[in-house]
Design a protein around this ligand. Structure first.
Ligand code: AMP
Length: 449
């Protein structure tokens, strides 16, 4: 068995491991059952909101032609030049595990002639994406995104709607976040600005990190969101894109901000938000956890963002479709889940199970499936461990699960047609008629609420 390990120069090398157990790949995660509740909460909240705002759910393949990503995300971006999982399939074609979902949705939009549907076409999709980045806190090689897209709407209202909905999702999840927003202008104004930026950084070239030296010619805008301290300092003093925006982009930006003001979405102007994909123009934004006054975030902004997006008016044309203005965003679900977990840690635990069913003896165990089903069918949240027999053991499990009541079914009760209800808070036990067990429990559960 070989394990992937990082050598001193940062490159992966294979080392021999004597163990026969296959290992989890670096930067890949297993989601264990105890964490599923966070994923489910995210899915339930987002699907409800997106359905209510008329977004249609779409699923697109994980594997696409490599060209799709090269053309849309951009040849010189970090993602395409360094991070894609690309390989030849058995037919000799170059294919890539998607590094993001937007390009696939845009391809599907063209493939299925959605250009002819009434505008705007509002879509969402979620699932795994793959980037061969350096794994670290909040940065994985396989992670999940929820992508939200609006095609065929050029008005600033569409930008504001996508940002508003993204904020609404965070609010509904109880997350305290802030939107960092910038405008990248149109292609011409951005090109002019890039020339100015190049001049600025060229004079400071020797102070830049190696990555930024390479970015200087091919991916100049990314110099603004480099994580290295020395580059961040230089970026702070760099000329700002907002000062070089074309008039239309300026008006568009002001209008987006006015909509956000009206809908009370908290935002901050951040001239360093440029996003790592080439296809953005005009609005670009990221969602980051709000920091309290005087508090410094532990992670750099790029590791911190739980989502981000922007306008991409040229993307559909790049892949051969008709001119279609569009705006979208993506949440990084692992990062949202991490925040939800941290939030739960700070909250007092509350009872989250109505009833635990404990059975004693062989005969009672035989009846316990039917009793469990009677309780479950009547809407009571019930759990059991059918293979355990001892009362002490089962009460311990009930306690651990936070059950309000334990229902105890033993040999004697079975003969009498009764069942014991034990209040887990004070240990008081009552014997009730087994035919009325659901009603008896519901009565008590309601009283306790
Ligand atoms: P992007 O597609 O780069 O705009 O990323 C959108 C969101 O995905 C980010 O705001 C992060 O929350 C998340 N994300 C990006 N890269 C990673 C990664 N390597 N690991 C985990 N989450 C990520």
């Amino acid at each position: 068995m070989k394990e992937l390990k990082e050598s001193k120069d940062g490159k992966e090398k294979k080392i021999k491991k004597s163990s026969k157990t296959p290992l989890l790949l670096r930067g890949f995660l297993d989601v264990l059952p105890e964490n599923d509740k966070y994923w489910r909460k995210f899915r339930d909240v987002t699907e409800k909101i997106l359905d209510d705002y008329s977004y249609g759910k779409i699923s697109v393949p994980i594997l696409e032609q490599t060209n799709l990503f090269k053309r849309t995300i951009g040849e010189h971006t970090d993602i395409v030049s360094k991070e894609m999982f690309t390989f030849e399939d058995r037919g000799g074609d170059s294919v890539t595990m998607r590094p993001e979902i937007t390009a696939g949705i845009a391809r599907s939009y063209v493939t299925h002639g959605m250009l002819n549907r009434s505008r705007p076409v509002k879509l969402y999709s979620s699932g795994p994406v793959f980037r061969y980045d350096r794994p670290q806190a909040g940065r994985f090689r396989q992670f999940n995104q929820l992508s939200i897209e609006v095609f065929g709407d050029e008005s600033p209202v569409a930008d504001a709607e996508v940002i508003f909905i993204s904020y609404l999702i965070c609010k509904k999840l109880g997350l305290d976040v802030i939107i960092q927003i910038n405008s990248l202008g149109n292609t011409e104004s951005r090109q002019e600005y890039i020339t100015i930026l190049k001049e600025y950084f060229r004079s400071k070239r020797r102070l830049l990190c190696d990555d930024c030296k390479a970015r200087l010619t091919k991916n100049t805008l990314r110099l603004l969101d480099c994580k290295e301290e020395q580059c961040r300092e230089l970026a702070k003093a760099a000329p700002q894109l907002v000062d070089h925006l074309d008039e239309e982009s300026k008006d568009h930006f002001v209008s987006v901000l006015e909509h956000l003001d009206e809908s009370e979405v908290p935002y901050e102007l951040n001239p360093h938000i440029v996003r790592g994909l080439d296809y953005y123009n005009r609005t670009a934004f990221e969602i980051v956890p709000a920091t309290k006054e005087g508090e410094e975030s532990e992670r750099s902004p790029s590791q911190n963002a739980i989502g981000g997006g922007g306008r991409y008016d040229e993307l559909i044309e790049i892949i051969g479709g008709r001119e279609t203005p569009a705006i979208g965003m993506a949440f990084g679900i692992e990062r949202v889940v991490q925040l939800l977990k941290e939030q739960q840690k700070n909250q007092p635990s509350k009872k989250n199970l109505d009833v635990f069913l404990a059975q004693l003896g062989e005969e009672a165990t035989k009846h316990s499936f039917t009793l469990f089903e009677t309780l479950r069918e009547s809407g009571i949240k019930v759990r059991a461990n059918f293979s355990k027999d001892g009362l002490k053991q089962q009460l311990e499990i009930a306690d651990r699960l936070g059950a309000v009541f334990t229902v105890i079914l033993g040999q004697k009760e079975l003969l009498d047609g009764t069942i014991i209800i034990r209040d887990m808070e004070n240990g008081i036990q009552e014997v009730v008629d087994s035919a009325k067990i659901s009603d008896e429990l519901k009565k008590r559960l309601k009283k306790g609420k």
